[in-house]
Write a protein that binds this ligand. Structure first.
Ligand code: PMP
Length: 375
């Protein structure tokens, strides 16, 4: 059998990693400034992570959700503590798309309404509801649910107010910082406006934190910068540091009914062990502070570079916009300097490294980047 041809062809075969470094089959070292697309939160093969998963694997890999699983409660408690959202309730699933799928569904159960507000260039995943609120024509299939979705221009308050007027809005879904859409930071006043309209019309504020959440910006949720609380936060990526863990946290105003949400694998013992290792390490190693400091340093240094058009983002979620003629820089970082970065647009480089990226590794990136720009 061959692979379904949807995967990019890149002959680099990464076989092992440690912290922010990864190695190919010939033992060539690469600096990982992409974190496997924001997934690697505490670094590759962190000893706490390996030990937690190994211990759990020796005890029990899986048992059905039909009985209580104490390690799920342990994870919920820890997440409440580290995120500061102690009064929220946790539902566990396996991916970002699934988290958003459940968030959208839950909102509609809650207020009985149907129309969802989403924003241009949004990315929320590839399952049916998640893709319906995603503004990316390449991945929308003819059977999507877009009849009930209102796409608004990014950060347009007047359009937002207008869309609420018929009182049919079940939820608003927004990334605090758009990731795939090019690292666009939501203006703080805009998030506050969403909060007040959701309150006025009994709609649900869904904060997609799959990419911009989990400490990446230096605050646990990027929406925290605006000082607003969303009703539901969706999470995945960094939650499991590579193990598939997703979830939503739900404000106490939305009450559960047995059987309304569920999944076979969500919150399994190994997923919870991975999730706990991440949160324990974030706490123990002060990773939010590191993300703010090393990310802030990178942003400051990048802003000094003449060839850079714009630097966007917060903490360790950074978009570097280059003039079109420098769009080859990303490829050169990889080929000449063995540095992985991400692409938001051909001329926008995305940095999403592990939250424990060191200043020395940030400097190694900056030096290589300056070298590429000057050639
Ligand atoms: N939301 C956002 C903001 C994302 O960036 C992504 C993945 N790129 C998703 C949702 C979907 O997550 P997953 O791929 O785990 O389904």
């Amino acid at each position: 059998m061959k692979l379904f041809d949807v995967y990019p062809i890149n002959p680099i075969n990464i076989v092992r990693g440690q912290g922010s470094l990864v190695y190919d089959a010939h033992d060539t070292e690469y600096l990982d400034m992409y974190g496997g697309h924001a997934v690697i939160s505490i670094g590759h093969t962190h000893p706490n992570y390996v030990k937690r998963l190994e211990d759990q694997l020796h005890k029990l890999g899986f048992y059905s959700n039909s009985i209580e699983i104490p390690i799920q409660k342990e994870l919920a408690q820890k997440l409440g503590k580290v995120s500061g959202k102690e009064d929220y309730q946790l539902f566990l699933c396996n991916s970002g798309a699934e988290a958003n799928e459940n968030a959208l569904k839950l909102a509609s159960f809650y207020n009985g309404k149907k129309k969802v507000i989403a924003f241009s260039k949004s990315f929320h995943g590839r399952t049916s509801l998640a893709v319906a609120v995603t503004d990316n024509p390449k991945i929308v299939a003819p059977i999507n649910e877009t009849d009930n979705v209102i796409f608004l221009p990014w950060a347009d308050e007047a359009a937002l107010e207008e869309a609420f007027k018929n009182n049919e809005i079940t939820s608003v879904i927004i990334e605090g910082i758009q990731g795939v859409g090019g690292i666009q930071v939501a203006p703080e006043g805009f998030l506050q406006k969403i909060r007040s309209l959701c309150d006025e019309y009994n709609a649900v504020f869904i904060a997609d934190s799959v990419q911009c959440g989990y400490g990446r910006t230096g605050k646990f949720f990027s929406h925290d910068f605006a000082g607003v609380n969303a009703d539901i936060y969706s999470m995945a990526k960094g939650m499991g540091n590579g193990f598939p863990v997703g979830g939503i946290i739900i404000s106490p105003k939305i009450q559960p009914v047995y059987g309304m949400l569920g999944t076979t694998f969500g919150g399994n013992h190994l997923a919870c062990a991975a999730g706990l290792a991440v949160l324990e390490t974030m706490e123990q190693d002060n990773l939010l502070q590191n993300a703010a400091e090393v990310g802030g340093y990178l942003i400051k240094e990048l802003n000094k570079l003449e060839q850079v058009k714009e630097v966007r983002g917060r903490g360790l979620m950074i978009g570097i916009e280059l003039p079109e003629e420098l769009a080859h820089a990303r490829k050169e970082l990889l080929n000449k300097h063995h540095i992985f970065t991400g692409e938001a647009k051909p001329n926008v480089i995305r940095l999403l490294p592990a939250l424990n990226l060191t200043k020395a590794h940030a400097d190694r990136f900056l030096e290589a980047f300056v070298n590429v720009l000057n050639q």
